[in-house]
Design a protein around this ligand. Structure first.
Ligand code: ADP
Length: 522
């Protein structure tokens, strides 16, 4: 008998021939990955590459679209080679991607005319502010669910058309195409045959009317963006074309597409109104399914398209926290008081409480629900007894406090109470933080078994479209929790902790104005 690929060390596992799988493409901000998912929702193989980010000026964030594409294709090939699972066993492909990041390219040559402008890029903040100053905020919020901000794609496209030589004329003549990363990948993976996006990605551009489910002419005119640059918008679970032969011989079809946070909502099986998930990564992203109601937030959240399966849109409320896990990285890399992020759990647990010490990580202002760009980071409540563990515990607690504030805003907007919160992301593996979160919220916090809920969400969307999975029920059966954290804290401790946190937030919010007055004075 000949040696198998596994015997030769060329594949991770040997798979029975005839099995079929779903491939997920996860095009993130820092890395691109390709994964192979089996019928039980297990990731059986994966490959990844990191992606460079450049900061040409303070506040500017760019990536190379060609690098993103080349790396994405490379990991698609690598994962097949590593696993021994080839394109004839891939039933369908799902794509999930960093949202809002903007690419403009030439329809014929396929070449981008400028780097991808990253979602974190602040260069168009003055343009977004102008929209607010000129009184367009309510109209934009009513149509798109979003608050005018440089974060969303619209002002980034306008910037490219206004600043790249010759771009506007080319765009007017129909030569240029605009897309978020999903469209850029779909266009190239299908050999230029399909120029499309899905409803969830479109809803993050600030050009898409989430009620009519169409690009909005009034917004396009306001920002001077020709409609002909825009991709066709399709359901997240459905056909987006076949991958070309030179990438995958048997040309599987792309059947699922969703922005990362929406894919995560789907991966958490939050199919019903009132269900919510929170992802604890570099930042925190909390989404609550609001069903067929667009909830206009009065508490600093945005409304967005949450799930767009064939023929049915479910809306979501979303709250973004800028600094969550990044605070732990800051302790490690800048303060250098911990050696690894993992250590924080033991250090936080070594204390009976926070000793009155709070850390508000408003490093670049505060996001939801405060939206205070002027706030600055702050550590308060120090005494002579404070030490490294006080800071580490305060940093860990800050993720839970910030999530508590967003969840309260969500419940107030939605007019309903959550029964439990489903969580994932790197920092959700810290059991101290998850227990503290359950204690603050007074509801169970359910930690998913798989950390890859975003990738699974995209796989589920693709798999449902081809009948690989029958229905939501089958996906729910695949969905396992590693642990449930039940609230344990006394009401008195909870109230004291929250009062201390909110006092600290108020101080952080008054920091910037006073510090700018103090600079240069005696
Ligand atoms: P992203 O997808 O945003 O890159 P991940 O989901 O991979 O983020 O999570 C990484 C973030 O979580 C980092 O900011 C890191 O500091 C934080 N993190 C990872 N593990 C832990 C841990 N055990 N305790 C606290 N924070 C952690």
């Amino acid at each position: 008998m000949a040696l198998s690929l596994k015997d030769l060390g060329l594949v991770d596992r040997q798979y029975s021939t005839g099995s079929s799988y779903i491939m997920t493409i996860d095009s993130g901000t820092t890395s691109v990955r390709a994964m192979i998912v089996d019928a039980y929702g297990c990731i059986v193989a994966q490959a990844s590459r990191s992606i460079k980010t450049t900061y040409p000026h303070p506040g500017w964030v760019e990536q190379d679209p060609t690098e993103i594409l080349a790396s994405q294709i490379a990991v698609m090939m690598e994962v097949q080679f590593k696993s021994g699972i080839h394109s004839d066993s891939i039933e369908a492909i799902g794509i999930t991607n960093q949202r809002e990041t903007t690419v403009v390219w030439d329809r014929d040559s396929g070449q981008p005319i400028y780097n991808a402008i990253g979602w974190q890029c602040r260069r168009t903040a003055p343009l977004a502010q102008r929209l607010v100053d000129e009184g367009y905020e309510d109209m934009i919020r009513a149509k798109t669910g979003l608050t005018p901000d440089a974060y969303f794609s619209a002002t980034k496209v306008a910037w490219i058309l206004d600043n790249v030589s010759g771009a506007r004329e080319l765009a007017e003549s129909g030569q240029l195409l605009f897309g978020t990363i999903d469209s850029w990948l779909i266009f190239n993976l299908t050999g230029g045959l399909v120029f499309a996006t899905d409803y969830t990605n479109a809803s993050r551009t600030m050009l898409f009317n989430i009620h009519t489910l169409d690009w909005d002419d009034e917004l396009l005119e306001l920002l001077n963006i020709p409609r002909r640059m825009l991709p066709e918008v399709r359901w997240s679970s459905g056909e987006f074309g076949r991958v070309s032969t030179d990438i995958m011989t048997h040309r599987p079809r792309i059947m699922g597409v969703a922005g990362d946070q929406q894919a995560s909502l789907f991966g958490h099986c939050c199919f019903e109104p009132g269900q919510a998930k929170n992802t604890y990564g570099t930042g925190c992203f909390m989404l609550m399914n609001t069903g067929d109601t667009v909830v206009e937030s009065k508490n600093g959240l945005v409304a967005t398209i949450g799930i767009a399966e064939q023929g049915k849109v479910s809306y979501a409320l979303e709250g973004s926290i800028f600094h969550a896990g990044s605070v732990i990285q800051w302790l490690r890399d800048k303060l250098q008081i911990i050696g690894s992020t993992k250590e924080t759990e033991g250090i936080a647990l070594s204390r009976p409480d926070n000793g009155g010490c709070y850390l508000v990580p408003a490093f670049s202002g505060l996001g939801a629900p405060w939206w205070d760009a002027g706030a600055r980071g702050l550590i308060c409540g120090l005494t002579g007894a404070s030490d490294r563990s006080s800071l580490v515990r305060a940093a860990c607690e800050s993720m839970a406090y910030q999530s508590y504030d967003v969840l309260c805003a969500m419940e107030a907007d939605a007019g309903s109470r959550l029964d439990s919160l489903s969580v994932d992301g790197g920092a959700s593996r810290n059991e101290f933080i998850m227990q503290f979160q359950a204690d603050l919220l007074g509801i169970p916090v359910d930690q998913t078994e798989s950390v890859e809920t975003t990738a699974l969400g995209a796989a589920y969307l693709a798999g449902l479209a081809v009948g690989y999975w029958e229905d939501h029920e089958e996906l729910r059966q695949n969905h396992d929790y590693a642990k449930h954290f039940m609230p344990q804290m006394s009401e008195e401790d909870r109230a004291r902790n929250l009062a201390g946190w909110h006092d600290a937030v108020a101080r952080a919010r008054s920091m910037c104005a006073s510090s700018s007055v103090l600079v240069g004075t005696r």
